[in-house]
Write a protein that binds this ligand. Structure first.
Ligand SMILES: Nc1ncnc2c1ncn2[C@@H]1O[C@H](COP(=O)(O)OP(=O)(O)OP(=O)(O)O)[C@@H](O)[C@H]1O
Length: 297
């Protein structure tokens, strides 16, 4: 009842609306409140999911690394303010953000082609929590986009926390040239249900869904090569069909993928031409190519 009443009295003027902060319509909440920041980037790629722990940071890290290895100037913005894991996955968790002029923030450089920002670089230690409300997170995100010396970026990959909260809304409002969003899911029904929400959220914001990735899709037994459907398989593709968005492919559960994350050496860097992980490599390559194809479309 209340929701209908609010909807009928909405005049679309979010900046003067007393309920803007609690508005449950992302398009209204995101419209007219903030303008885009000035930054020199050709394509911003958002990586999000409805559920936690499905592999967003793993996908974002490997995607950014793959793009920079192809020669693109790439930025990786870890906007998971409360749970920043990207530095750990890149083995750079001891680094801090610096500044030469006291105004512009220098990203942590992983290579000449890849710079990273993360809340983790600002915390005193890895166990310190960030206790911030939406407005503070919004300010931090604005600074991570606008005040960082990114240079001229071909791609900025943005890793977001699970769900459709403040961080996702802020970056959708603030970032220029958003090519679209990659939605990561696992194959179970609950994860698929939550990723449908992510798809609808992105569409409501008027952004492009680049597609759905099904991560942790079956486990290839290292002994016999058989596939064990630990969390099931095919749910991501089914969801993509039902939601009428592209399916970007699947990535199997691979213990080496987890080890790569824990060791701070992204999986994508560990290709050694051996037969080991061949199946996983094929899947990862296909997913990365499909993302780029969607951006080129
Ligand atoms: N395909 C995979 N095979 C094996 N392990 C994986 C795979 N994908 C991700 N992992 C591991 O699963 C864990 C969770 O992954 P990750 O941190 O990328 O998820 P997330 O969605 O970003 O999590 P959060 O919601 O907490 O931000 C990590 O330890 C990661 O190394």
């Amino acid at each position: 009842m209340t929701e209908n009443k609010e909807e009928s009295s909405c005049d679309g003027q979010c900046s003067s609306c007393p309920s803007a902060a609690n508005c449950n319509d992302p398009q209204k909440a995101a419209s007219g409140i903030q303008s885009k920041v000035q930054m020199n980037v050709k394509n911003v790629i958002l990586v999000l999911s409805g559920k936690g722990g499905v592999g967003k940071s793993t996908v974002a890290t490997n995607l950014a690394m793959a793009l920079s290895n192809k020669g693109y100037n790439t930025g990786l913005a870890d906007l998971d303010i409360h749970g920043p894991n990207i530095p750990k996955m890149l083995g750079i968790e001891d680094q801090k953000l610096g500044s030469y002029d006291g105004k512009t923030i220098e990203p942590v450089k992983v290579s000449g082609k890849l710079g990273v920002v993360s809340m983790a670089f600002l915390l005193p230690d890895t166990s310190s929590p960030v206790v911030w409300r939406g407005a503070m997170k919004n300010t931090a995100i604005k600074q991570f986009l606008e005040d960082v010396n990114w240079g001229e970026l071909d791609y900025l990959v943005v890793d977001l926390p699970p769900g459709t909260g403040d961080e996702a809304l802020s970056v959708a409002q603030l970032a220029p040239n958003i090519a679209g969003a990659v939605i990561v899911t696992t194959p179970q029904d609950v994860a698929i249900l939550d990723s449908s929400k992510s798809v609808k959220f992105i569409e409501k914001l008027g952004l492009k869904v680049l597609g759905i990735i099904e991560n942790m899709s079956g486990l290839v037994c290292p002994h016999c090569g058989d596939v064990i459907d630990l969390f099931g398989r095919g749910g991501g593709e089914k969801a993509a069909k039902e939601l009428n968005v592209p399916y970007l492919g699947s990535i199997p559960i691979d213990p080496d993928m987890r080890i790569a994350g824990d060791e701070g050496k992204p999986f994508i860097l560990k290709r050694d031409g051996s037969e080991q992980n061949k199946v996983t490599w094929q899947h990862v390559d296909e997913v990365m190519e499909n993302i780029l194809k969607q951006i080129d479309n």
